[in-house]
Design a protein around this ligand. Sequence first.
Ligand SMILES: NC(=O)c1ccc[n+]([C@@H]2O[C@H](COP(=O)([O-])OP(=O)(O)OC[C@H]3O[C@@H](n4cnc5c(N)ncnc54)[C@H](OP(=O)(O)O)[C@@H]3O)[C@@H](O)[C@H]2O)c1
Length: 293
Amino acid sequence: MHLKGQTVVIFGGKTGLLGQALTDALKKAGAKPIPLSSSDCDILDPTKVERLLEKKAPDLIINAAAYTQVDLAEDEKELAFALNATAPPLLANMAARLNVPFIHFSTDFVFKGDKKTPYSIHDEQNSSSVYGTSKAEGEHNLLKLGYELTLIIRISWLFGPGRANFVEKILGLSETRETLTVVDDQTGSPSYAPDIATNTLALLEHDATGIYHLANSGETTWCGLATAAVNLAGTDCSVEPVPTSAYPTKAVRPAYSVLDLSGFIQTTGITPRKWEDALKDYVLNDLKKRPTS
Ligand SMILES: NC(=O)c1ccc[n+]([C@@H]2O[C@H](COP(=O)([O-])OP(=O)(O)OC[C@H]3O[C@@H](n4cnc5c(N)ncnc54)[C@H](OP(=O)(O)O)[C@@H]3O)[C@@H](O)[C@H]2O)c1
C-alpha cells in the first residue's frame, strides 16, 4: 500500500517505545498517524475500540500495544494473556470489518532458545515464559482468525528513544559505577526502534502479509551490547561478563534468540543495517540531543 495520505490508528503509538517510532516514521512517509495510549483507548474494552475505529475510519490499524513486562507477567498471567493473546484477534476482527490491513508485533521470546542458528519463521514456538507463551498464543489466535490482510512482525531486543530500555539503563548506571556486570550467555539481535519502524513501512509498501522476522543485522550478548554502548558514550566504566545464573530472574529467557531475517530481505530487497551502526545513532545522536533535566 502507498502510505502517503493514509490514516493510521496506532495502539501503543503515543507512549510505547516502538509505537512512537512508528508514529514518527509514518509522519515522515506523509501518512496521518493517530497515536493512542491506554488512556485514549483501552484495547481490553472492545466497545470503546469499536467506537473509536468507526469514528476514525482508518486505512490501516497497527497494534504496538502489549503487556511487555517479562518478569511481572509470571505473576500477572491473566492480564498478560488478555493483552497479548485475547486482544489482538479482536482488533484484527475489527480491521476485517473495515477491510483494512492489520499489523501486529510479536517477539523472539516465543522461542525457547535452545537452537544455535537463527530462528526461522517455521521454527516451533516453545517459550518457557508467560510473556513468550502469551505472545505466541496471540499469533496463533490471529492465524486461526485467518484475516488475510494480517501482518505479524516478530522483533527482538528493542532499544531507542522515547521509553526506558536496556541501553539507556546501562548508560545511566555507567555514569556512577566503576564496574557493571552483565549477562554474557544470552545471544540475540538488538533492534533500533526507528529502524524497525522504517522497515515495517517497507513491508507495508510491499503489501506483505503473514509472519516476518525483523531486527538489525548481526548478533551479540547483553554484555556485548552494554560494552558497545558504554564505549560509544565514553563513560569511565568497565563492563564485565557474568552468567545468567548470577542474575536469577522470575521469567526464563531464551539463551539464543537470533532471528533469521531472510524473508524480510527477500520481500523488500533491504538488508537491515548492523546493530552496531544503529546503536551509534542512538547513543551519539538521540541520547546526546536529549534535553537534560
Ligand atoms: N521491548 C522489547 O525489547 C521487545 C522485544 C520484542 C518484541 N517486542 C514487542 O514489540 C511490541 C512493542 O513493544 P514496546 O517495547 O514498544 O512496548 P512498550 O514500550 O512497553 O509499550 C507498550 C504500549 O502498550 C500500551 N498499552 C498497554 N496496555 C494497554 C491497553 N490495555 N490498551 C491500550 N494500550 C495499552 C502502552 O500504553 P500506556 O503507556 O498508556 O500504558 C504502551 O504504549 C510489543 O508487541 C512487544 O511484545 C518488544
